[in-house]
Design a protein around this ligand. Structure first.
Ligand SMILES: NC(=O)C1=CN([C@@H]2O[C@H](COP(=O)(O)OP(=O)(O)OC[C@H]3O[C@@H](n4cnc5c(N)ncnc54)[C@H](OP(=O)(O)O)[C@@H]3O)[C@@H](O)[C@H]2O)C=CC1
Ligand SMILES: CC[C@](O)(C(C)=O)C(=O)O
Ligand SMILES: [Mg+2]
Ligand SMILES: [Mg+2]
Length: 338
């Protein structure tokens, strides 16, 4: 079994006299910055002027350009969108990356696919929460945490591993478990997870279920509750107790239906598709297509995004959530509207 490190296993003193620059103040950036500050670290923010800059200042941080922040910091955590990291790195980070500094990531894409090639006299590590940034912050505040992975790509100082673990602990991951990985494993599994299961697979499953019910003449509102809203409640049970915990709480009728229908929905063909998706990731084909899509200013990404937001499930959901204030205005919602 993999070793999981918890708060008592990790000595965070190594961060005591270091300045940490969190570059980017979006989903992950605001969470890392606030969690590490609340854990006692000296955190500054690197940004361009704009919305995030104002937000970070409102939250009480000293905000600098990315280049200035890199210059002042010992640890530079890059929390920019993956597709923007290489150009910001070349223009603003690399010129200030003097020997002895550490460059950090929350996802291995740019190192693993060689879009960023750091000099050999710095440390390069990853501290990757296994969850969305807004939940990383929310769980830190409520005393729990999101599990994390850490990896060392380059250890020029001899202390990169210790720093990566301390960073992960200060971000709240030591409450839930921190596991060592490699940049390759984190990159490939993270991309696979979000594509096949967590985001792509789940969105497609929810939409297909909703469409099946609506096309059969059922009310869209009932279909929304059944196929989207209730998913969270069922997944909460899985989160707490695995599949068996969920099955303990549902009716025996539902459990029999689960056993009978599940394999009819997710078939061997579906698993073949999953293997194809994994192969696209491992071979670099997915990364290449994402890089090309960005170079072309995202024509397919933008068109799909616009089409998806007009789907009937989204329209119905917006109306129904108006009546559920407890389900609204949590982290992530504002971002989804932009
Ligand atoms: N989202 C998540 O929960 C997870 C993300 N990750 C990884 O974390 C990293 C960050 O992703 P995420 O948090 O989603 O990113 P977001 O898109 O939420 O945030 C991006 C931030 O970068 C800033 N930014 C964009 N362009 C520039 C620029 N040219 N110069 C300076 N600042 C800029 C934005 O500011 P502005 O307001 O100016 O646009 C914003 O603050 C990625 O590597 C991702 O894979 C890992 C685990 C989960
Ligand atoms: C599941 C999506 C994710 O990998 C994440 C929140 O962990 C991401 O890249 O945002
Ligand atoms: Mg992820
Ligand atoms: Mg990801």
């Amino acid at each position: 079994m993999a070793t999981a490190y918890y708060n008592n296993d990790v000595n965070e003193a190594i961060l005591q006299n270091k300045t940490i620059a969190v570059v980017g103040y979006g989903s992950q950036g605001h969470a890392h910055a606030q969690n590490l500050r609340d854990s006692g670290s000296n955190v500054i923010i690197g940004l361009r002027p704009g919305k995030s800059w104002n937000k970070a200042e409102e939250d009480g941080f000293n905000v600098y350009t990315v280049q200035e922040a890199t210059k002042h910091a010992d640890v530079i955590m890059i929390l920019l969108p993956d597709e923007l990291q290489p150009v910001v790195y070349e223009n603003e980070i690399k010129p200030e990356l003097t020997s002895g500094k550490a460059l950090a990531f929350a996802h291995g894409f740019n190192i693993h696919f060689s879009q960023i090639q750091p000099p050999s006299d710095i440390d390069v590590f990853m501290a990757a929460p296994k969850g969305p940034g807004h939940i990383v912050r929310r769980t830190y505040e409520d005393g729990s945490g999101v599990p994390g992975l850490f990896a060392v790509y380059q250890d020029a100082s001899g202390t990169a591993r210790e720093v990566a673990l301390a960073y992960s602990k200060q971000n709240g991951a030591g409450r839930a478990g921190i596991i060592e990985t490699s940049f390759q494993e984190e990159t490939e599994t993270d991309l696979f997870g979000e594509q096949a299961v967590l985001c792509g697979g789940t969105s497609a499953l929810v939409k297909a279920g909703f469409e099946t019910l609506v096309e059969a003449g059922y009310q869209p509102e009932v279909a929304y509750f059944e196929c989207l809203h209730e998913l969270k409640l069922i997944v909460d049970l899985m989160y707490e107790g695995g599949l068996e915990g969920m099955r303990h709480s549902i009716s025996d009728t539902a459990q029999w239906g689960d056993f009978q229908a599940g394999p009819r929905v997710i078939t061997e063909d579906t698993k073949d598709s999953m293997r194809d998706i994994l192969e696209d990731i491992q071979s670099g084909r997915f990364a290449k297509s994402w890089i090309i899509e960005n170079q072309a200013n995202r024509p397919e990404f933008n068109a799909t995004n616009a089409r998806e937001s007009e789907h009937q499930i989204e329209q119905v959901g917006r109306e129904l959530r108006e009546m559920m204030p407890f389900a609204k205005n949590k982290g992530g919602v504002e971002r989804a509207k932009n």
